[in-house]
Design a protein around this ligand. Structure first.
Ligand code: TXA
Ligand code: MG
Length: 319
């Protein structure tokens, strides 16, 4: 691929217009969302979608999430079975992705859907992302803007560290507020399946859907986020540590002494928002001094479930 001089755009009218113009031209632009930065391309363009896989170095053509400005635009692309209408009504715009049956004439590139009969749709809340979607006037495919298998980006600097020279631009709107990818649900006639824990906690969803069905269906797509080793720092990562070993970069949760912390007050929302930034920072310190990273236990409730899911994958043996 021809190397790019990756530009940094400001989150103003000019930056938004430039981002939309590049997307309309089939180029890739990393865009801010409330969850993580997304590597955006025109979801109707085969070329743009192929460039996404190339830029990320993704080993396989896993289906991508399609970002839309509103529920009305989503209804033109997919059907809303089971709890889908209620979920979209309650949580869009926001950190929720719904896997839904495609409608005929949807117009998306088959690379977005991986040739499936379903599509993952999300209406993000971030004002800058919404402005780009409005300006472009079409669907945007966007996986997290990191090289495949590495830590997800929650700042423009993270995006550039992984993808500089591989994409046209990054639109810098500061750190992401949620900090962890969207929750992925698949509503259907037999209830709603949970495909990925994420920024919308299960406790918020279940009053509406009833108990979520674990995703055990054989033959479903393996989400990259569901592969063993993912979100991986370069340094070794040890989970549930009591942080007593000084020969490590120690990440705390709560008031106990540590080198870095996800949240000194033990707040899971703050911990999710700082998770990937803290892992990036710990990884730089750990690799420079050839030390492992030790991280304190995180309670398995609310956003703690999504945090622990990402940490388990980050610590998994590398393939
Ligand atoms: O917060 C997010 O969701 C971020 C921001 C940028 O929006 N995006 C993101 O995209 O995490 P990505 O591509 O890294 O994750 C998309 C996930 C993948 O694990 C993929 O396998 C799954 O969604 N997926 C997409 N389409 C699917 C489908 N039809 N059936 C099942 N899973 C699907
Ligand atoms: Mg990802």
């Amino acid at each position: 691929m021809a190397p790019y001089q990756t530009q940094t755009l400001r989150p103003d009218a000019e930056g938004i217009a430039r981002a939309a113009a590049w997307l309309a031209d089939g180029q890739l632009v990393a865009l801010p969302t409330e969850t993580v930065y997304g590597l955006a391309g025109d979801a109707t363009s085969d070329l743009a979608c192929a460039r996404i896989f190339e830029a990320k170095g993704r080993p396989r053509f896993n289906p991508l999430i399609v970002h839309l400005p509103s529920l009305e635009t989503a209804r033109k692309i997919a059907a809303f079975p089971g709890d889908a209408e209620a979920l979209a009504g309650a949580f869009w715009p926001g950190p929720l992705t719904l896997v839904l049956p495609l409608k005929p004439g949807h117009g998306l590139s088959p690379l977005v859907t991986g040739g499936l009969e379903t599509v993952a749709l999300r209406v993000p809340e971030h004002g800058v992302m919404q402005a780009v979607l409005a300006k472009l006037g079409g669907p945007v495919a966007a996986p997290s803007a990191n090289p495949s298998g590495r830590i997800s980006p929650t700042t423009a600097a993270h995006v550039l560290a992984g993808l500089s020279g591989r994409i046209a631009a990054v639109l810098d709107a500061g750190p992401c507020t949620v900090g962890i990818e969207s929750t992925i649900l698949a509503p259907g006639p037999e209830g709603t399946r949970l495909l990925r824990e994420g920024g919308l906690p299960r406790e918020a969803v279940e009053p509406l859907t009833g108990p979520l069905v674990p995703d055990t269906t054989p033959g479903t797509v393996q989400a990259p986020g569901q592969l063993g080793s993912h979100y991986a720092p370069a340094a070794a990562l040890v989970l549930n540590s009591d942080l007593s070993d000084p020969h490590a970069i120690r990440i705390g949760f709560g008031p106990a002494e540590a080198d870095l912390t996800l949240s000194r007050t033990g707040d899971l929302v703050e911990a999710a928002a700082s998770l990937f930034r803290t892992l990036h920072e710990a990884d730089a310190l750990a690799t420079a001094r050839n030390l492992p990273i030790h991280i304190a236990p995180i309670p398995d409730r609310g956003l703690g479930r999504a945090i622990n899911d990402r940490l388990r994958r980050a610590a998994a043996p590398r393939s």
